[in-house]
Design a protein around this ligand. Structure first.
Ligand code: NI
Length: 176
């Protein structure tokens, strides 16, 4: 069922979320169903459980071909629990991000270009991927939510932060 997404200013977005210890449970499957329904209804590319008020280390993300975002490279539909991110170099790059917790806004955010991420899926199966570019950006954005970090906290120049329809009158940048 689609849930309301908490918006920036809500203290529940600022907590460190708790590790998941039980896999393949009805509660976890129900949480994931709610997260998928919410993300799809809002056409997001990712969502973290704290954004719907559930303080667990659970994120989902994925972009298959989406006509709204023709430039976005495909990212596999993924359920990721208890993620650990390791940057594989100190190289960063800046790009525009949005967030379902800050509707209508976009900011230019530095992220590591290439990362390894590890964790597991809802059945406890290990996930271990090395990714770069947009995929790496989405993972870093979603996992930040598990540590109470919203993307404006990472913007270096707040002049590069504003309303999407003003910044990009002719196009869409995905919300994560
Ligand atoms: Ni977000």
């Amino acid at each position: 069922m689609k849930k309301d997404v908490l918006r920036m200013g809500d203290a529940r977005l600022l907590r460190r979320a708790e590790e998941v210890h039980s896999f393949d449970t009805p509660e976890l499957h129900a949480l994931l169903a709610d997260m998928r329904a919410t993300m799809q209804a809002l056409e997001g590319v990712g969502l973290a459980a704290p954004q719907i008020g559930v303080n667990q280390r659970v994120v989902i993300f994925g972009v298959l071909h989406n006509p709204r975002y023709p430039d976005a490279e495909p990212v596999p539909e993924t359920v990721l629990l208890n993620p650990v991110i390791t940057p594989l170099s100190s190289d960063t790059e800046e790009d525009w991000e949005g967030c379902l917790s800050l509707p209508g806004l976009r900011g230019l955010v530095p992220r590591f270009k290439t990362i390894r991420y590890q964790g597991c899926d809802e059945y406890g199966a290990l996930i271990d991927r090395t990714v770069s570019g947009f995929h790496a950006r989405v993972v870093q954005h979603e996992c930040d939510h598990l540590d109470g970090i919203l993307y404006p906290m990472r913007i270096r120049d707040l002049r590069q932060f504003g309303f999407s329809e003003v910044l990009f009158p002719d196009s869409n940048v995905p919300e994560e």
